[in-house]
Design a protein around this ligand. Structure first.
Ligand code: SAH
Length: 226
């Protein structure tokens, strides 16, 4: 498994961004039903506070989503853990993430899978995430500024595609870029606007869909903002 340089001095931090605060977050995740040790270990080490503006970093380990600017949010720790758990269960080699955002979920995934591609449509977020991930030594991640609804054709097919923004319908190109037997994990809104985490498995040209749990994500939008 890829294991980036941890630069301990800085990552330990102080006060509300300390290792102790992070340990408490992970204990809470375990109590909330996250059972995968690999995910819990990675989240124990991942400096979530570095993925927020300084003014918010003291809240990084609370059980809540937090704004990252441009109307977008860093998902709450539980959903990052839950989605990561769903990813590692499949032991995928090649993973595409749509919605890099702050890059926190990207970092967690990068420490759990061999190769990761991640797409973001808002340039400012894409660039900041790139700086953070580079600095943290996540060398197995490639980032792209693009409308993730089109996937990443040159890197396809993927064993697993993860959406971190909610679609009313999963874009066809993303399903088409799944490997045979590949998995898609995505928040999808139903007719009443309720969002569900959905797992789709590709079997030839069939897509078996399974509804997991209620979630709350920002919408998947079209186009790129430079
Ligand atoms: N996983 C992120 C959560 C970010 S919120 C984190 O840990 O911070 C969802 C992100 O998806 C936002 O940054 C939003 O800009 C992005 N997004 C929405 N629609 C998109 C699309 N079509 N292509 C790429 N990114 C998209």
């Amino acid at each position: 498994m890829h294991s980036p340089d941890l630069r301990p001095g800085l990552l330990e931090g102080v006060g509300m961004t300390s290792q102790r605060t992070r340990d408490r977050m992970v204990e809470r995740l375990a109590q909330q039903g996250i059972g995968d040790r690999r995910v819990l270990d990675v989240m124990t080490r991942a400096p979530r506070h570095l993925f927020l503006d300084e003014a918010l970093s003291h809240r990084a380990y609370e059980d809540t989503s937090l704004p990252i600017g441009h109307g977008q949010t860093l998902s709450r720790p539980w959903i990052v853990a839950r989605m990561s758990e769903l990813v590692v269960q499949e032991s995928p080699a090649r993973v595409l993430e749509v919605g890099t955002g702050s890059g926190y979920q990207t970092l967690v995934l990068a420490r759990l899978v061999p190769e990761l591609w991640s797409v973001e449509r808002i340039n400012a977020l894409h660039e900041r995430a790139g700086e953070r991930l580079h600095w943290l030594g996540a060398g197995n991640v490639q980032l792209r500024l693009a409308d993730g609804g089109h996937g990443w054709p040159e890197a396809a097919p993927f064993d697993l595609v993860l959406l971190t923004a909610c679609a009313s319908e999963i874009p066809m190109p993303l399903l088409a870029q799944l490997e045979e037997g590949g998995i898609m994990i995505a928040p999808v809104a139903d007719r009443n606007g309720e969002q569900w985490l959905v797992r789709v498995r590709r079997q030839g040209n069939q897509f078996e869909r399974e509804r997991l749990e209620r979630v709350h994500f920002v919408p998947l939008l079209e186009g790129v903002i430079r």
